[in-house]
Design a protein around this ligand. Sequence first.
Ligand SMILES: O=c1[nH]cnc2c1ncn2[C@@H]1O[C@H](CO)[C@@H](O)[C@H]1O
Ligand SMILES: [Zn+2]
Length: 339
Amino acid sequence: MDFDTLHALGKTELHCHLDGSLSLSCIRQLAKMINRPLPASDDALRQLVQAPTNSENLADYLKTFDFVAPLLQTKKALQMAAFDVVAQAAAENVRYIEIRFAPAFSISGDLSLSEATEAVIEGLHQAVNQFDIVAKALVCGMRQLPNVDNQTMFRANAALVGNGLVGGDFAGNEADFPTSVCTPAIKTAQALGVPLTFHAGECHCPQNIAEAIFLGVPRIGHATACFDQPDLIQKIVQTHTTIELCLTSNLQTKAARSLDEFPYRALKAAGAAITINTDNRTVSNTTLTHEYELYQTYFKTTAADFLTFNLNAINAAFISEPAKQTLRDRLHQDYAAYL
Ligand SMILES: O=c1[nH]cnc2c1ncn2[C@@H]1O[C@H](CO)[C@@H](O)[C@H]1O
Ligand SMILES: [Zn+2]
């Protein structure tokens, strides 16, 4: 399929970070609101907000996020940011998106941990009213923060679940803060009834994936390190764990040092529920359409495969069964001409 066809195809995205996906024009508007000077040329700005091409690891990649954090400290800024990312997704025919962000990174001003989330939800609502898309929020605990901070964040946000917010995640520095360290906060989120996805396997550490599955987490972000672990892949299949693959991001963070270390082929062959995601549109300089194009080029992924991955995403989405059925029907219509 050519790029225009891939662009036109209906898509879904479970794994997209708000702060890593702002358009340059939105970044400019947000910077203006706090009188922060930015380079005049988009090329120069891009250098500041994209991960360096020579990132050595995840920690290196994550440094890029420091640039945007000061821009996301008010209600208005978070609303605008959420609107912006949904608008970008809708423009490439994404029918359903879950957008994640870390409330703990947006409380340097006056906002509380729940007000930050309410602002994101408001921005999503505004976009959903304007575009043909369903958009929901996820809140990220951060691995490197003390468990008590992540527990406080989940407690502050639990009441919003089901009301624009649909679940939680853990992101951040995985190499130094493995799953075992975060376990108390994971259990708190689960006890509060917050559906969870979880970043794991981005630092050559399959154990972090295995432990998250053992804790009953139904979705894993990345899971890259399972590529050469047949027993773990079997576990993923048996437990019906959904995997949120992020190809470009994995090549940048060296989670996969080559395509051979990317787990797509092994997971697909085993029949695992895989999904395709951008992770960070701006930091990784990608779009969901571009990701589809890469899968088609590298792995010969077909329209039938893409439909399956989209249905996998809908099955694992943190929304009601009737809402899922509406989206499934839509996707079947979208793909009918290409199967
Ligand atoms: O691929 C990733 N792995 C781990 N953490 C990430 C990744 N991308 C973004 N973040 C982290 O999640 C925070 C909330 O959106 C971002 O600020 C960034 O620190
Ligand atoms: Zn991520």
